[in-house]
Design a protein around this ligand. Structure first.
Ligand code: UT7
Length: 325
C-alpha cells in the first residue's frame, strides 16, 4: 500500500501592527515618497499588511503559527520528528531558523532545517516533507513559511515597499494510508536572479552590497503568469486529474491580477480562488500557508476537497502542490 502524507492541521499568525494603505502612505509622505490607496488597490489588490516589532523574528512568528497548527491537529510538539522552515528572512545567518524554532517548541531531536526558495519556499518545503514522509524518513512534520519581509524593504522605493508584509503559516503533515498530497512540480531558472533579489551579503564583519529588496515588477509579473499555469497543469497531469478537479486554488499572494489571470487560464471561477493578499500583502514564503489556514478557519476549505497550492518568486523559482485536504 502506498504511503502518503496528509495535512493534519493548519495554523497561522500575523503580528499585531496592521497598516492600511492610507497608514503606509501617510508614513511614506513624511519621507517625501508619494503613493496612494487608489494606486495600491488598483495595481495589486492590497489594502493592508502587518509589520512585526523590531525585536520579533521569523522564528517568533513561526512558533505561534506552529502552536496553532499543532492544536488543530491535536498533537504535541514532542510528536513531531521533522521541522522545515521556508524563509528568506532568517533570524540569523546560521543556525537555521528551523533549529531556533525547534528549541522554542521544545522538541529537541527532531530534524530541522530551512528551505530558501523565496516566495516558492512553502511549496518547495511541502514537497521535501512529503518525500521524506513517503520514504519513511519522517513520520510527522511541521512545514512552515515565516517571514519578516519588512526588514528588507527600502521605504524610499514606492515600487516595492507598498507590496510586502510579515507573517507565518504552518501545517502539520503526517504519514497516512489515504491521500494526502497527490503530486507536485518544482522548477527554477537562475538566469533571472537579477529581477527579484536582495543582493547584499555578510563578509568580514560588514554587510557588502545592497541589503534591500530590488524587483523588476513587470518582468516578474510576466514570468509569473506563464509559469503558474504550466506548474498547475503539470501537477494535475502527474496526479491524473484535470482543471475540473480543483476545488480551491491557493496561489502565492503577490498581486490579485496575477491570481485572476491564473484562474482564467485554468478555467476556474474567481470564487474558487482563496484571496488574502488584500489583508496580508505579499508575505513571501508565508503567504500560501497563511491563505490556507485563513480558508480552513473560515470554513471555506473542507475535508476531502482538492487544493492546488502554487508558488512563484525570486530565483526565479516556481512550483505547485496538488492535494486532497
Ligand atoms: O513575490 C514574488 C512575486 N512578485 C510579484 O509577483 C510582483 C509582480 N509585479 C507586480 O505585481 C506589478 O508589476 C507591480 C505591482 C509591482 C507594479 O505594477 P505595474 O502595473 O506593473 O506598474 P508599473 O511598474 O508599470 O508602474 C506604473 C506607474 C509608474 O509611473 P509612470 O512611469 O507610469 O509615470 C510608477 O512610477 O506607477 C508608478 N508607481 C506608483 N505610483 C504610486 C509605482 N509604484 C507606485 C506606488 N504608488 N506605490
Amino acid at each position: 500500500m502506498r504511503r502518503y502524507s496528509r495535512i493534519a492541521g493548519t495554523g497561522s499568525y500575523l503580528p499585531p501592527r496592521r497598516l492600511t494603505n492610507a497608514d503606509l502612505a501617510a508614513e511614506l509622505a513624511t519621507k517625501g515618497v508619494e503613493t496612494s490607496d487608489e494606486w495600491i488597490v488598483e495595481r495589486t489588490g492590497i489594502r493592508a499588511r502587518h509589520f512585526a516589532a523590531p525585536d520579533v523574528g521569523s522564528s517568533d512568528l513561526a512558533l505561534k503559527a506552529c502552536q496553532r497548527a499543532l492544536e488543530a491537529a491535536g498533537l504535541e510538539a514532542s510528536q513531531i520528528d521533522l521541522i522545515i522552515v521556508a524563509t528568506s528572512t532568517p533570524d540569523m545567518v546560521f543556525p537555521s531558523t528551523a533549529c531556533i524554532l525547534q528549541h522554542k517548541l521544545g522538541n529537541a531531536g527532531a530534524a530541522a532545517f530551512d528551505v530558501q526558495a523565496v516566495c516558492s519556499g512553502f511549496v518547495y518545503a511541502l514537497t521535501v516533507a512529503d518525500a521524506m514522509i513517503q520514504t519513511g524518513a519522517a513520520q510527522r512534520a511541521l512545514v512552515v513559511g515565516a517571514e519578516v519581509f519588512s526588514r528588507l524593504l527600502d521605504f524610499t522605493d514606492r515600487t516595492t515597499c507598498v507590496l510586502f508584509g510579515d507573517g507565518a503559516g504552518a501545517v502539520v503533515l503526517e504519514a497516512s494510508d489515504e491521500p494526502g498530497i497527490l503530486a507536485s512540480d518544482l522548477h527554477a531558472d537562475g538566469k533571472h536572479v537579477g529581477i527579484l533579489c536582495v543582493p547584499g551579503h555578510v563578509s568580514g564583519g560588514q554587510v557588502l552590497g545592497d541589503p534591500l529588496l530590488k524587483m523588476d515588477g513587470q518582468a516578474v509579473f510576466k514570468l509569473a503568469v506563464g509559469v503558474l499555469e504550466d506548474a498547475a497543469r503539470a501537477t494535475l497531469a502527474k496526479a491524473g486529474k484535470t482543471d475540473a478537479d480543483i476545488d480551491w486554488l491557493i496561489p502565492h499572494q503577490a498581486n490579485i491580477r496575477i491570481m485572476q489571470s491564473t484562474a482564467r487560464k485554468l478555467k476556474l471561477p474567481l470564487d474558487k480562488v482563496v484571496v488574502t493578499v488584500d489583508q496580508h500583502g505579499n508575505t513571501s514564503a508565508a503567504s500560501i500557508p497563511l491563505a490556507l489556514d485563513s480558508a480552513v478557519r473560515a470554513g471555506q476549505v473542507k475535508r476531502g476537497q482538492h487544493l492546488m497550492l502554487e508558488g512563484v518568486g525570486g530565483g526565479f523559482t516556481w512550483g505547485a502542490v496538488f492535494l486532497r485536504y
